[in-house]
Ligand binder design. Sequence first.
Ligand SMILES: [Fe+2]
Length: 463
Amino acid sequence: MRYLGINCLNHDAAMAIVEDDKIIWAAHSERYSQIKNDKFLNLDIVSEAHMNGPWDYVVYYERPMLKKARQLVAGQYKTAFDYKKLPSVYLKQFNIKIDEYVSHHHSHMAGGYYTAPFDDADILTIDAIGEFETITLWDNEKKIKSWYYPNSLGLFYSAITDRIGLKANEEEYITMGMAAYGEPKYVDYMRLVRQLNNHRGCGNILPEANEFDIAASAQKVYEEELLKIVDEYCKKPNLILSGGCALNCLANSKIKNKNIWIMPNPGDSGSALGCIPAVTKKKLDWQGPFLGTNIEGEYPIDSILKELSINEIVGVANGRAEYGPRALGNRSLLADPRGDEIKDKVNAIKRRQEFRPFAPAILEEDVHEYFTMPVRRSPYMQFIAVCKYPDEFPAIVHKDGTSRVQTVNEKDNPGFYNLLKSWKEKTGCPMLLNTSLNIKGKPMVNNRFHAIKFEEKYNVKVV
Ligand SMILES: [Fe+2]
């Protein structure tokens, strides 16, 4: 039996195909349309789904009628009464008929639980809002507690993101990055804001305050609450985090003494996959996040090394695209992380805010020599670690001395691992700066055509 899972019409539309325990294919709509956080599907992604099909059963990642009920409660009458926003109506144009709907948090839970490397775990799902639930706790696949709209930790974080001039539901990761640059001066005030209904933002609170201090204060409140819930309810040694808030690597790293699993695509786009095992109740054979469009060919280790030696910077577009928000070696812009100048050089392309450093990808066997890790390994950049030699690698270290580390081993990505090994043999340096390969403002490069566009625009070779 082959299953198709879908998320669309909200944000970050995605599709996934599973047969038995095998994840055949999973991809983000935005990578095909090149529209960031695209909420719609398009012919390219649907065609690729067909190439990986045919499917027998279609699962949708949330319950639209329940969501409409919540929209009515929230006063979103226009959206609630817009029948075109029903996935069953929308999907007719692609000739796709939904067989089963799974609730939003159930899809999040299942995406974590059925991909995890262990069977017995507490599962904590936190996001902004699905239907009515905003936080849920699970004992394996059994739900034991729910928090309901408008009491939402995710909506609070999004409201703060909006308050500091960023795009809510998209740029929360920047809020988190800004937190390191501020002082948590307004924690008491933020605790009060947290108690309010933040669905439509929190207004221009603290108009005189520095945005970085606001971010730091909100981050602190988020961490307090996360740790309190974990402390109170999660007693097992294994913990699974899911929902968009599981991307808060700063907070994740504060959880102590747990084996933590976070599927590398824990937000709504990952629920295109998650909703399938929610129905089948079958553990998935998780082999890694390289599940999208394939760019054929051997991992181009020699070409990468050559470009790095000449230009210190190179793009790589090879193998299957990452399913999740992080470039993990297959759609990456790589650079030599040593020295003071490389950050400016990469930033000439990325044009990111000064306070956002780049991440290091490092050989798993060397990580503890260079970083003080909160966990043994971090293959999907879900945790932060203190860098032991920040002066040597300023481009990959945050102001607070930490880095969002990606550990790489041979099983996870043999090509990328062997590249890092060869790079170390050649230079003595066990890591590379790794950031996503994308044109400014656009999603990650998906295919060769996008890679050529990137090359033309930035005059940086993509191999
Ligand atoms: Fe969600």
